[in-house]
Design a protein around this ligand. Sequence first.
Ligand SMILES: Cc1cc2nc3c(=O)[nH]c(=O)nc-3n(C[C@H](O)[C@H](O)[C@H](O)COP(=O)(O)OP(=O)(O)OC[C@H]3O[C@@H](n4cnc5c(N)ncnc54)[C@H](O)[C@@H]3O)c2cc1C
Length: 386
Amino acid sequence: MESVETVVVGAGLVGAAVAARLSGSLRVLEQGSQVASEASAQNAGMVRLLVEDPVERRLALRAHALLRELEEGWQVLPARITGAVHGLVHEAQELDDAVAALRASGHEVIALDLPDRVAPAMAGVHLKRAWYVPEARVADPHALATGLLAPLQGRGALRRGVRVTALQVHGGRVVGVDTDQGPLACDRVVLAAGAWSGQLAAPLGLRRPLYPIRRSLLLTTPHPLARPGHPWCWLEDLGLYVRPEGGGWLVSGCDERIDPPAPGPGSTGPVADGWRDEVGERLVQHLPALSEVGWTAGWTGLRTFAPDRRPILGPDPDLPGLHWAAGLGGYGLTSHLAVGEAVATWMEGGELSWLRRQDVSPGRIFPKRWVIRPRGTHHGGRLVEG
Ligand SMILES: Cc1cc2nc3c(=O)[nH]c(=O)nc-3n(C[C@H](O)[C@H](O)[C@H](O)COP(=O)(O)OP(=O)(O)OC[C@H]3O[C@@H](n4cnc5c(N)ncnc54)[C@H](O)[C@@H]3O)c2cc1C
C-alpha cells in the first residue's frame, strides 16, 4: 500500500495554508475537481480586522501580518486594501471592546460621524455609531489557495478528484485513510474538510460538534457608487453588508440555516424564495443610496461553526495522529494563513506566542445551547441545542 507521512483532507483555503507549511512526505486529497471550490469559493472576500471574539481576533491579526509578508513575494497581489466601515444601527456600544483591542494592537480605527464621506454608499444611513478600519482588505481566495498549493502541485503532492471515505485507526491511532480510489497509509491526518470535517470524525466516536450553516449572497445590477476602491460596509447588528463587485454590489442579509451537506463535492445552493425581497427592503430602509438596485445573481454557501463559534484546531486529544483545521465559520478567508501556521507548528512540536492551544482544542468543552440568527439580525436569534 502507498504510504506518506501526512495526509491533508481538503484543498480549500485552510487545507492549502496548513499543507504549505508542512515538511516531510505529504498528500493533499481534494474530492472536487478544482481546489478551493466550496466555502473558499462561496465567500464575500472580506478580510476583517475589527473582530469581537478574542480568539478570532488573534487569528485575524496574525493572518494580517502573514498576508503582508506574503504579498511582498507575489507578482499579482491576492488582496487589496479598501478599508471597511462597521456601522451600528441599534447598539452603539456593541463594537467598543473590539475597537479598543484593535487600537491596542497598533491598528488604526476611526470613529466616523459622517460615514458617507468615506463610503458614499452610506449616504442617508441612520447609525448610532460607525467605525472605519482603513487597513481592511478584499482578497481573492482562488489566487491565495492556488498560490499556496502551487509548490505542492509541482511535487505531485496534490490530488484532485479523490474523496476520503474513512479514517483508518489501528492500535488507538490514525494509520491511514480510505479513499474512493483505494487506501493510503500515513502517520497523521489533517482534517481540513470544511463542512464535511465532522462527518469524517463521527464514525470514530469523536464528538466534535461542527455545524454547517448556510448563508446567501446576492449580486446587484451595476451601480455608480460601486467602485472597486469603495470600502466594504457592514451594518453589524442589523445583519447587512455590501461590497463593490463587478460594477454592482455584493450584498448579504447575513441569514443562517443549519444544513449539513451530503457526502461528495457540491455545497453551493440557490437563494431561498422571498429572501431577495427581504434583503431589498433592508437596503431601501437602511442603505437608501442603494435602494434602486435590482438583483442579477445569487448563491448560498456553507460556513461551518462549533457552538462557541471558535475554530477547532490542533491535535485531537483522543486520537493520536489526527489533527484538526476546521470550524472557520465566517472568517476562514481572513484567518487561513494564521490557521496554517498554528496547526503546522503544533504538528511539528512547536508552540506559538499568539494563540493558546486550549482555546481552540478539539477536546474543549462546547456549550450545549447556542444561538444562530436565521434572519441575520442580532435580535431574534434562535437557541440551538446540540
Ligand atoms: C456565504 C459566505 C460568505 C463568507 N464570507 C467570508 C468573508 O467575507 N471573509 C472571511 O474571512 N470568510 C468568509 N467566509 C468563510 C470562508 O469562506 C470559510 O471560512 C473558508 O473558506 C473555509 O475554508 P475551508 O478550507 O475550511 O473549507 P472549504 O473551502 O469548504 O474547503 C474544504 C475542502 O475539503 C474538501 N473535502 C471535504 N470532504 C472531503 C473528503 N472526504 N475528501 C476529500 N476532500 C474533501 C472539500 O471539497 C473542500 O474543497 C464566508 C463563507 C460563506 C459560505
